[in-house]
Design a binder for this molecule. Structure first.
Ligand code: CAA
Ligand code: NAI
Length: 246
């Protein structure tokens, strides 16, 4: 097993890619803190995994709120004694064309997708520094790398996290902490379910592998970057997008 004895916090783990990552990590032997705003679904999913014999806990968090993030980290350390891995996966969209985008929707997406990543990473890093080792993964997006119609706010946040990842890789490398990003293409989750079918078809037509991503495609990339296999990888952006970014 690739994550035996490791403790991993995965944000946004109640649904979609984060949920798949929680399952993957648990099967690889990790103790998983499934952290999400959605307490109802998250609680049910965590209970299902526990019933399968995995060591997982659900913690409610709003990553946009620093106090809530501190509580999440305190609870995780109380329960498992350490944090080896942080997967900054929680995210939202509030799509609109530039001319129609409300300031509140611009700000909300930055609060969750950019500031939320800052909060969670800043809160866990002291524990990783103390143990001289840690793995941090941040979820960017194809939209943050080459933009996307209707996503001014989201593209800004997902581009912004790449800047933070590269900065943190430089700051934290000497402390034994690896920081990397995964940039998924359009992936089959609730987030994409709201996209007009016409836009999806246009996207798939541009993907060399000719399909949308599946949550497990992204979870496997998280697993690689969270494992010891990636000990000499830091500051990178791993594109898991069927080749659309070439
Ligand atoms: N490429 C080029 N032009 C586009 C376009 C596209 N992908 N999408 C829309 N347009 C054009 C339309 O054809 C239209 O042109 P005209 O004014 O000349 O007719 C114009 O932009 C306005 O489009 P709409 O009529 O659709 O405008 P709207 O205000 O009703 O809706 C929108 C705008 C909310 C952005 C809607 O088009 C939409 O939801 N688009 C999808 C956005 C998207 O791809 N989101 C990704 C969500 S998944 C995710 O975020 C995960 C990830 O990381 C990738
Ligand atoms: P999803 O909508 O299925 O899951 C997102 C999860 O984040 C939900 O469980 C939600 O409750 C949680 N969440 C939202 N706001 C939160 C907050 N403030 N605090 C804590 N949890 C919060 O979406 P999906 O697709 O699984 O997205 C996961 C990540 O992947 C996101 O960062 C997203 O931007 C990114 N991504 C998704 C792509 C896709 O096509 N689905 C493509 C590229 C990136």
């Amino acid at each position: 097993m690739r994550l035996e004895h490791k403790v991993a916090i995965i944000t946004g783990a109640a649904n979609g890619i984060g949920l798949e990552a929680a399952k993957t990590f648990a099967k690889e032997g990790a103790k998983v803190i499934m952290a999400d705003y959605d307490v109802e679904t998250g609680g049910i999913r965590a209970a299902e995994l526990r019933n399968e014999g995995h060591d997982v806990a659900f913690v409610q968090v709003n990553v946009a709120n620093r106090e809530s993030v501190d509580q999440m980290v305190n609870q995780s350390v109380e329960q498992y004694g350490k944090i080896d891995i942080l997967i900054n996966n929680a995210g939202i969209t509030r799509d609109a064309m530039l001319t129609k985008m409300a300031s509140e929707d611009f700000q909300r997406v930055l609060d969750v997708n950019l500031t939320g990543v800052f909060h969670c990473t800043q809160a866990v890093v002291p524990y990783m520094v103390e143990q001289g080792k840690g793995k941090i993964v941040v979820t960017s997006s194809v939209s943050g790398v080459y933009g996307n119609v209707g996503q001014t706010n989201y593209a800004a946040a997902k581009a912004g996290v790449i800047g933070m990842v590269k900065t943190w890789a430089k700051e934290l490398g000497r402390k034994g902490i690896n920081v990397n990003a995964v940039a998924p293409g359009f992936t089959e989750t609730n987030m994409v379910a709201a996209v007009p079918e016409k836009v999806i078809q246009q996207m798939v037509a541009m993907v060399p592998l000719q399909r949308l991503g599946k949550p497990e495609d992204i979870a496997k990339a998280y697993l690689y970057l969270a494992s010891d296999d990636a000990d000499y990888v830091t500051g990178t952006v791993l594109h898991v997008d069927g080749g659309i970014m070439m």
